[in-house]
Design a protein around this ligand. Structure first.
Ligand code: SF4
Ligand code: SF4
Length: 404
């Protein structure tokens, strides 16, 4: 007997894995922070152990360009695979299919289905907020009744929107609201993976309408490609069930291009977009790997003018500001480069900058037996981690005051 429902068990598995990842990710902590969270008050993005500050959003921008290109590349090759298999909208619609079944039944069934959808909406809305407010902060504040008006307001609005979406719109959301769905058809070419009815076998169709009845967006795939189709493959398995007694395969299926017209293989546009996508991925990884979590600025200390001492030493003072953008504390040492003579730095001790801290402090650089006769020298002031690499530095002027 022909095997039926080949695709849906795999789809359900993919949907379950996606749901576990989306729900579970805010609970995963790396170096004491959420694995993925944008902290609105500090404008910091916590990204799998890295903390990106606002001034580093160039890295985020490159990541977003890479993701946009990846979406275009995958859509060009695999069509609406995201919509049918992984999009949270589809996943929750599939897991709340009882709402559809309750439609034609009595009030109690409807009430139970709507109550279940409401509870799911409350949880999904909280899950969305956890990508901005850590659940380790959200849940204790909820228990203590100190969630705050803004978070509570967002939670209520999101819950209402999700509830109305899953009770009223459901998969119609994809064809009416979703901007990605509207964009997709412009990204397809004649070899993109699509779900289609095979017109070469149209004589075998029994007009049983099973494929139409099972379709969550209510289209008849036998009439040809339709922009509302989310490529969920429900019609493929349903037709396979209907064809099974005849020992024949489903009349609908996944095809690269329209049945009999397309074909596999790479094409110029796919190679081009794939190459640019890979280039942006490499650039993004390069930026992450070479990222220095420390930043510093050096300014002259205006309350301490450069001066010459009677023992021949020249002293200049600077105000150093060090920002630790990393997720671990840093112990740094000040060093000077580029000036010849007996150099002394005060204070000559390690500077402890905790993760996320901006530390500002004055340093005094004294040089005795200064070589050369110029009245202004350029030196490098360097902050060096006591352990490990990744030092940072900045140029500053060392002024030799005229001795009266
Ligand atoms: S036509 Fe088939 S693949 Fe497309 S949405 Fe309907 S059931 Fe899913
Ligand atoms: S389920 Fe298959 S046989 Fe039935 S109408 Fe659809 S395509 Fe034809």
């Amino acid at each position: 007997m022909t095997k039926t429902r080949k695709i849906q068990p795999w789809r359900r598995l993919a949907e379950a894995i996606q749901a576990i990842i989306i729900i579970g990710l805010p609970f995963v902590r790396i170096k004491g922070e959420s694995a993925l969270r944008f902290d609105v008050p500090t404008l910091q993005l916590h990204f799998f152990g890295l903390t990106l500050w606002m001034e580093e959003f160039f890295i985020v921008l490159i990541a977003l360009i890479f993701l946009s290109l990846l979406v275009i590349f995958i859509t060009l090759l695999l069509g609406r695979i995201w919509c049918g298999w992984l999009c949270p909208q589809t996943v929750i619609a599939d897991f709340t299919v009882f709402v559809e079944k309750a439609r034609g039944r009595g009030g109690l069934h409807k009430l139970s289905a709507w109550t279940a959808v409401f509870i799911i909406s409350v949880l999904m809305a909280a899950n969305l907020i956890w990508y901005f407010v850590s659940p380790y902060e959200f849940l204790p504040r909820l228990v203590e009744g100190e969630l705050g008006d803004i978070i509570r307001g967002f939670w209520i609005v999101l819950t209402v929107l999700l509830f109305l979406n899953y009770v009223l719109l459901r998969q119609r959301f994809c064809a009416t609201v979703c901007p990605y769905a509207k964009l997709q058809s412009t990204l397809f070419d004649n070899r993109t993976l699509v779900v289609a009815f095979d017109p070469r076998r149209k004589d075998e169709c029994m007009d049983c309408m099973a494929c139409v009845k099972t379709c969550p967006v209510g289209i008849d795939i036998r009439k040809g490609p339709n922009v509302a189709c989310i490529h969920c493959a429900e019609c493929i398995d349903r037709c396979a069930m209907m064809m099974a007694p005849r020992k024949k395969d489903s009349l609908t299926g996944y095809f690269f291009g329209l049945p009999g017209e397309g074909g596999r293989g790479l094409r110029q546009n796919a190679v081009l977009i794939g190459t640019v996508t890979a280039a942006f991925l490499i650039f993004f990884l390069y930026l992450l790997i070479t990222r220095v979590p420390l930043d510093m600025t050096v300014l002259p200390n205006y309350v301490f003018q450069p001066r010459a001492l009677s023992n021949g030493s020249i002293i200049n003072s600077y105000v150093i500001s060090v920002k630790n953008r990393g997720s671990e504390d840093a112990v740094l040492h000040v060093r000077v480069k580029g000036i010849e003579g007996d150099v002394k730095i005060v204070p000559d001790k390690d500077v402890h900058v905790i993760a996320g801290e901006i530390k500002k402090f004055p340093v005094y650089i004294s040089v005795r037996n200064l070589e050369g006769g110029e009245l202004k020298r350029e030196l490098d002031i360097i902050m060096e981690p006591v352990e490990g690499g990744g030092s940072i530095g900045q140029k500053a002027n060392f002024i030799i005051p005229e001795v009266e």
